[in-house]
Design a protein around this ligand. Sequence first.
Ligand SMILES: [Zn+2]
Length: 271
Amino acid sequence: MPEYPDIYILARSMNQALHGLTIADAQVNQPKCVNLPPEGFRQAVVGRTFREVGQRGKWALATLDGGYTLALNLGMGGEVRLHRADETPDPTRERVVFRLSDGTQLWIHFWWFGSVHVVPPGQLNTHPQIGKLGADPMAEDFTPQRLAEMLKGRRGAIKKYLLDQSFIAGIGNVYVQDILWHARLHPLLPAHTLDTADVERLHGAIRRVLEEGIRWGGGPGEQDIWGNKGTYHEHLQVGYRTGKPCPACGTPVEELRVGSTTSYICPHCQV
Ligand SMILES: [Zn+2]
């Protein structure tokens, strides 16, 4: 499932490829992934031109003219791909197909759940999912002080809050592993027990790992609009490296299963 860096890469590539192009037609092949009846969805987007493409957490947000937003959530195994004019989409695979003013096509595929929503002007903050998203971890106002405030009195495990999209938007079970390792924090530490130095290390680790993810083009399962894959997996420190030596101390990385998610930790560095 794509996380902040993966969506950053996708949104940046969408911005480069789509900016200034107009939606000439839209074909909805899976009505449940759009937020209007298919014909209403088509009418809402056809004739609109792509402006800036940005993100909120795991959502790519393409601004269209007139203040509308095309909001994409890829769920699992989702792809947003540019295709040539002469290619023919398989309607059982491509959930939504946009034909663009230069003849190219934008195909949106989900393997498992995903959303293609059109949001009218001024309604992003009341959108049922986007409106509930928490702090943007790369925003200027996400400071160590703010993170400390957010964690105050929280008695649950620190990892739980990092993965909670209404708390911080965009971190998932891939990038969280190295965030906790760089911060030298055990995933099950109660959040309220972190002291000022812990929170500062955690804040720095969030920024560092998300920036690394962006630098390496995101994860291997994720792709930009042209299909380029990321290589972040080649740069993981402890994530998904059970039995391999911790890069800091050499202790073998251990796997820790809690609930439905697995954590990868150095039992020496993360206490
Ligand atoms: Zn270690």
